[in-house]
Design a protein around this ligand. Structure first.
Ligand code: DX5
Ligand code: ZN
Length: 230
């Protein structure tokens, strides 16, 4: 993957039909998704449970674009290799998942996958200063992680601006996750984010039998984002 700051839409398959992941992934990619975002939850770091490495391995052959795996698990280090072997293109761990986020990023890089660090809404941007040399992406959570369909937290826009300043001209993506839709994406783009996770805003109203709705939803987010690019 070559680096650029063009707008990327990453639908979260947390909002897909859980009985039909293969077709759902193919449908969102055919309808314009740039990345496929996989939300891994452990019922401990967040109050919800989702996908182990075998599930991610089963998604892999369906993903033709880029699979970013968002690990909302603690501890995280013991599972990094398994998610890399399952085929994650990028592994994102939470800053809050343990005492050694620097070591966690080193461990992700050692697998050959791209590495990202994620910040909960209550965590300040400043904590990533010494982690940035190991990061391919910073994920700014704009809801408290655990569930799709939550309300966007407006102060995330300021955090994106701070992260963008800290990054300078380094080749590091800024992703925003939670409550992203055509009404919230504009200020995030203006603040410097380039990659947008969207669950409900992509999947609402559509299905594998009505995939064009996914396309309409993705285009609506992209249009609002590109309009804010200036
Ligand atoms: C939240 C997850 C998100 C979530 C986004 O814990 O990390 O990826 O699925 O869902 P929406 O877009 O519905 O807020
Ligand atoms: Zn996520």
């Amino acid at each position: 993957m070559s680096f650029d700051r063009s707008i990327k839409i990453a639908p979260s398959i947390l909002s897909a039909d859980f009985a039909n992941f293969g077709q759902e992934i193919q449908a969102i990619e055919a309808q314009g998704a740039d990345w496929v975002h996989v939300d891994v939850m452990d019922g401990h770091f967040v109050p919800n449970l989702t996908f182990g490495p075998p599930a991610v391995k089963a998604f892999r052959p369906h993903v033709k674009t880029f699979m970013d795996v968002h690990l909302m698990i603690a501890p995280v280090d013991p599972y990094i290799e398994a998610y890399a072997e399952a085929g994650a293109d990028m592994i994102v761990a939470h800053y809050e998942a343990g005492p050694h986020p620097h070591r966690t990023l080193q461990a992700i890089k050692a697998t050959g996958a791209k590495a990202g660090i994620s910040l909960n809404p209550g965590t300040p941007a400043s904590v990533i200063e010494h982690l940035l040399p190991l990061c391919d992406m910073v994920l700014v959570m704009s809801v408290n992680p655990g569930f799709g369909g939550q309300k966007f937290i407006p102060s995330s826009v300021d955090k994106v601006r701070q992260v963008r300043e800290m990054i300078g001209d380094r080749q590091i993506h800024i992703q925003v996750d939670g409550g992203v839709d055509p009404s919230t994406v504009g200020p995030l783009v203006a603040a410097g984010a380039d990659c947008f996770v969207a669950g409900s805003a992509v999947f609402k109203g559509g299905s594998v039998d009505k995939p064009e709705i996914y396309g309409d939803n993705i285009r609506a987010i992209r249009a609002a984002a590109e309009a804010a690019q200036g």
